[in-house]
Each structure stands twice: as C-alpha cells, then as structure tokens.
Design a protein around this ligand. Structure first.
Ligand code: PEP
Ligand code: MN
Length: 367
C-alpha cells in the first residue's frame, strides 16, 4: 500500500522527468471490471494512480450516467488489492461529500471539462472542499478560454487546496477534425506559465477520441515536458459503456508506455549545456534584430499615417494588403518558412500598423 506521504506530494511538478501516470476505465461498470483492470494496470510500475468515473456527465440524457456512489466501495477495494492510488470525477458538492465520507476510497478528485466551464459549479465545489487537504485535478473547460481554466485553479487555491494539477484534455472543435478535441497545446503551455508550480497532466484519450492516435499525442506531451499522463483503459474497450473508441486494453496501454520516449527535462552533460548556450545566444541576437526591424517598420508606418492624414486618404488599402501577403508568402516559402506562419505574422503586424495609423487619424483613442 502507498503511504499517505505519497499522496500529499503526488501532484508536484516533475523536475526529475518522473512522469505521473494515471490509468483506468472511463467509467466504473462493475466491481470485477474495476479490480481486474486495476490488477492488470498495477503490474506496470510506472502507473501510480487508478482512474474511474462513477458519475458521468453525458451530453444527452438516456446514456449510461455512471454507477454512482457504489463505485466508491469498488475504488476502495482497488486500493486494498493493489498499490494504486485512486481518482474520480466530482461535479457537485454532494459528490464531494460522498467521496470524503467514504473513508480511504478516493485519494485525488478531478473536476471535468463541463464543470470547469461553469464558475458557479467550481465555486460550489471549492466550498465543499474547504478545510480538506485532498488533491484536486482540474480539466480544461470545453471552450478554449484560459481565464476560465485559470479561474478554476484560483478558486481551489483560494479555499486552501494545496495539491492541485491541471489536466489538458483538449477543446471542442467547431469543425470536424480527425481528433475528438482540438489540442491547442499553446493553452496548456500558457496555464503552466501562469502557475509554474502546479503540474500539467495530458489526457490523450479525450483529445484523440480514437485509440489509434493516443500514442502520438502522449509522445507530444512528453516532448513538451508535461508532468503526467491520464489514459483510459478498459478490459474490453469495444464493449465499454462510455468512450469505447478511445480506450486501450491494460496490456496495450502498458506496451504503449514501453515505446514512449520519456525525455528528461534537461541534461547536465557539459557539451550539451555549452552548445545549447551558443544556440540561445544566436536566438537572442536574432530576436533583438527582429525587434529593431519591427520598430523601424512601425516608424515608417507612422510617417505614412501622417502622410495619408494630410492627403485625406484611407488607412486600409485592400490592393496593397493583398500584394503584401502574396509577395511575402512566396518569398517566405522560397526560404523554407510555412505559409500559414507567414500569414499569421503579417496579420499581427498589419493589425498593429492599422492601430498606429488609426491613433494618428482618430482623436478618440478608444474607437
Ligand atoms: C472523463 O475523464 O471520462 C471525462 C468525462 O472527461 P472530460 O471531462 O474531459 O470530458
Ligand atoms: Mn471518458
């Protein structure tokens, strides 16, 4: 059995590259399913935490909505029969109350994506957790709003929860894509930058929605220095009562973990450090040159703004803008730059140019 001391620091940033692996079924379905899955997963020493949803948020009514609080007894049994810690999703204060009451069933709680999107619910959960020291993991909201995600983290911090992690499970895609959810890795990086002390855990199962892409997503998370992975696993994935397409058998999950490259966050090899320093010096120098060039460009933009003002000419010139995009895209391509990247940079620069010229033409700065 794991000692309590392991629980209090289970959600810490992994400076040692010792990634936290959480695995288990999307939903608890029966006692034997839970125990058998947990026993198979526990064979792999990388897996430290067993997950299972017992209250399932389903988009439409009439689907399997979870086994409810009986699942807590099964989680307790998992703990007794394996050395795994346990985690489940809570969405209401009553869920929290049940988890806290069922002694030694759940070590870590997680807040689901649909709940994080609602500050009222998050606040209610925070209040139900007041005075406890149970670790809490917070999934990103369905919509890519970093403030909602950060707000949920802050609400937990404010009521005194010390052990917090963020789970990156991707964002609702408004267009059909190959994955179930858009990863938007930059938002995961942003939450880590806002709260450097809290670990960020990747959930490749809910990003993928399909077991074929899980490995690739998990590897990308490891490449980006994530602190952990949460992966769904079912004894018979095709028969799972929820998220059937994205679950892996325990055996396949363990095999996959063996093939992942668990990169180290840094290296103390002096050749590596010296060379990286030299590369970084070069990058620094180029960045400062880029800023100087941008500043020169903006000065000319201002002169043009004044010139247009005195000649009563509009700021936005469609033909010129189309010409800028086309010529830069073509040149960029010829020197190995991605077209979309060039377009995005130019749009940023152009937006700033228009803002500058508007300041010159419009007296009221707020419009
Ligand atoms: C889950 O983990 O099974 C789940 C419901 O996740 P999410 O809140 O990310 O949709
Ligand atoms: Mn699921």
């Amino acid at each position: 059995m794991q000692e309590n001391s392991n629980i209090s620091n289970i959600l810490t940033s992994r400076t040692d590259g010792n990634i936290l692996i959480i695995a288990g079924p999307c939903s608890a379905e029966s006692e034997s399913q839970m125990i058998n899955t947990a026993k198979k997963l526990a064979v792999c020493e990388k897996i430290k935490v067993f997950r299972a949803g017992i209250w399932k948020p389903r988009t439409k009514p009439g689907n399997f909505e979870g086994v409810g609080k009986i699942g807590l007894k099964w989680l307790k049994k998992v703990k007794e029969e394996t050395n795994l810690l346990t985690t489940t999703e809570v969405a209401t204060p009553q869920h929290v109350e049940y988890c806290l009451k069922e002694n030694k069933a759940v070590d870590i709680l997680w807040i689901g994506a649909r709940t994080t999107a609602n500050p009222f619910s998050v606040q209610e959960l925070a209040e139900a957790l007041k005075g406890t020291d149970i670790p809490v993991m917070i999934k990103n909201p369905l919509n890519p709003d970093i403030k909602l995600w950060a707000g949920a983290v802050e609400r937990m911090m404010k009521i005194g929860i010390k052990n917090i992690a963020a789970i990156h499970r991707g964002f609702y895609p408004f267009e059909k894509i190959k994955l179930r959810n858009l990863p938007k890795w930059e938002l995961a990086i942003e939450i880590k930058s806002l709260f450097p002390e809290i670990p960020i855990i990747n959930d490749p199962s809910h990003i993928a929605g399909n077991r074929n892409y899980i490995k690739e997503i998990a590897q990308k998370a490891l490449n980006l220095n994530f602190d952990g992975l949460m992966i769904e696993s079912h004894l018979n994935p095709d028969e799972a009562l929820s998220d059937a397409k994205q679950q892996l058998t325990p055996e396949n999950l363990i095999e996959m973990l063996k093939t992942l490259n668990f990169r180290k966050p840094s290296s103390d090899n002096s050749d590596f450090i010296n060379r990286l320093d030299r590369y970084r010096d070069q990058i620094d120098s180029i960045d400062f040159q880029m800023l100087e060039l941008l500043s020169n460009r903006m000065k000319i933009v201002e002169d043009i703004g004044k010139f247009k003002l005195t000649n009563d000419v509009t700021i936005f010139q469609l033909k010129r803008w189309i010409d800028i995009i086309e010529t830069r895209k073509e040149f960029g391509k010829s020197i190995g730059l991605d077209e979309q990247f060039i377009k995005k940079i130019l749009q940023f620069v152009h937006r700033e140019s228009i803002r500058k010229q508007s300041e010159i033409m419009n007296k009221n700065k707020d419009i």
